[in-house]
Design a protein around this ligand. Structure first.
Ligand SMILES: [Ca+2]
Length: 120
């Protein structure tokens, strides 16, 4: 019986188990829904909503329809701060909406006034 050989085999197994744990610690990919800004016509993310993935110079013609001057709540769970403006083409009053946050009740001057927005 060779005791030295057995100890070395055991050490090799421990090393393999260690590297397995390290790779399992890599986080899973983010949920697909987390990469858009949700902007809705009513308070508390209610009513019709549009999902913004790219700069939107005209809220009157989003992928989800006409949201010109009608947004009342916003949820930003992208990786970036977004800015919204009260006029088209990033003009007018600018509001900064940090990521990982929800605004359930927009107030003046943004409520029912947002006309464009993009990551900023
Ligand atoms: Ca407006």
């Amino acid at each position: 019986m060779n005791l030295k050989k057995k100890v070395m085999a055991g050490a090799g197994m421990a090393l393999a188990a260690g590297s397995l744990i390290a790779s399992a610690a890599v986080p899973a990919s983010a949920a697909p829904a987390a990469n858009s800004v949700k902007a809705c016509q009513n308070y508390n993310l209610g009513g019709a909503c549009t999902y913004l993935y790219y700069p939107e110079p005209d809220m009157g013609s989003t992928l989800d329809g006409n949201f010109q001057d009608s947004i009342s709540s916003i949820s930003n769970y992208t990786g970036n701060t977004w800015c919204f403006w009260t006029d088209n083409n990033y003009q007018g009053i600018e509001g900064v909406f940090q990521n990982n946050y929800t605004w359930n009740t927009l107030s003046y001057p943004y409520n029912d006034s947002i006309s464009s927005g993009k990551s900023c």
